[in-house]
Ligand binder design. Structure first.
Ligand code: MHF
Ligand SMILES: O=c1ccn([C@H]2C[C@H](O)[C@@H](COP(=O)(O)O)O2)c(=O)[nH]1
Length: 264
């Protein structure tokens, strides 16, 4: 996970002071990429302890098409609490766009089912994309998508995935985002009888909030441990049939957690 630490260091050393929507203030750089070979282990940050539990439940929740935080709350995951309305709704965020992108004719498109069908039947396609940036619906979303599109690529029996993220909270968001899409790549690969290849993360506004600077500096004093491995314990019938218990992370050695406040 040296790439992540290098990115953090670059923001600390070269970041430009920028005000932001939350009022917290950031230092920021623009447009970076990181590559993770999923054959070399699972890219879960080791320089602070991360609980994969929230990340797995959030991904299963996205895949189910749900946009109400009740499922997360029932599973003790609080990461979306601050953005939900009094009924727990977030508007047509990730789950809605992934599973039921509304069309003009009043129908809806299940992009996840579609992309998996294409990976299986047309693996050389250059259109293996899922898009959450539905311009006509942005104003109804509690937060416009940060990770807004991803593309798959099949070669040599391996499935790779490239993510585009417009706005990137280096300390709290990015470790979640890397782990989440790496999980998704493993799951889609398993469903398509492929091996996981690379996960490529691309970020636009890459920032450290002003109240995360000390935490970032502390993290940079720590030596990373070798990456753990991800084990999928069974092959469910479809991408929508995974349950929390299907995932096991093996050999995760990490430094202690570092607390930080989320900017709302
Ligand atoms: N400012 C900001 N940064 C984000 O990363 C972010 C948002 N807002 N809004 C929407 C979602 C919510 N996300 C979140 C929210 C909270 C944590 C967080 O507090 N993480 C703690 C542990 C929390 C837990 O596992 O329960 C951490 O130490 O990583 C992480 C990502 C990612 N997104
Ligand atoms: O998955 C996510 C979701 C959100 N973020 C961060 C990036 C920004 O710090 C905020 C969103 O604020 P905007 O003003 O809408 O850009 O949330 C993330 O890193 N990862």
């Amino acid at each position: 996970m040296q790439q992540y630490l290098n990115l953090m260091k670059e923001v600390l050393e070269q970041g430009v002071v920028k005000e932001d929507r939350t009022g917290v203030g950031t230092i920021s750089i623009f447009a970076r990429q990181m590559r993770f070979n999923l054959q070399d282990g699972f890219p879960l940050i080791t320089t602070k302890k991360l609980h994969l539990r929230s990340i797995i439940h959030e991904l299963l929740w996205f895949l189910s098409g749900d946009t109400n935080i009740k499922y997360l709350k029932d599973n003790n995951v609080r990461i979306w609490d601050e953005w939900a309305d009094e009924n727990g709704d977030l508007g047509p965020v990730y789950g809605a766009q992934w599973r039921a992108w509304p069309t003009r004719s009043g129908e809806s498109i299940d992009q996840i089912t579609g992309v998996i069908e294409q990976i299986k039947n047309n693996p050389d396609s250059r259109r293996l994309l899922v898009n959450a940036w539905n311009v006509g619906e942005l104003e109804n979303m509690a937060l416009p998508p940060c990770h807004y599109s991803f593309q798959f690529y099949v070669a040599d029996g391996k499935l790779s995935c490239m993510l585009n993220q417009r706005s990137c909270d280096v300390f709290l968001g990015i470790p979640f985002n890397i782990a989440s899409y790496s999980l998704l790549t493993h799951m889609v690969a398993q469903q398509c009888d492929l091996e996981p290849g690379e996960f490529i993360w691309s970020g636009g506004d890459v920032h450290l909030y002003s109240n995360h600077i000390e935490q970032a500096k502390l993290q940079l004093t720590r030596e990373p441990f070798p990456s753990p491995a991800l084990k999928l314990k069974r092959k469910p019938d479809s991408i929508f049939d995974y349950v929390y218990e299907d995932f096991e992370i093996v050999g995760y050695e990490a430094h202690p957690t570092i607390k930080a406040e989320i900017a709302v």
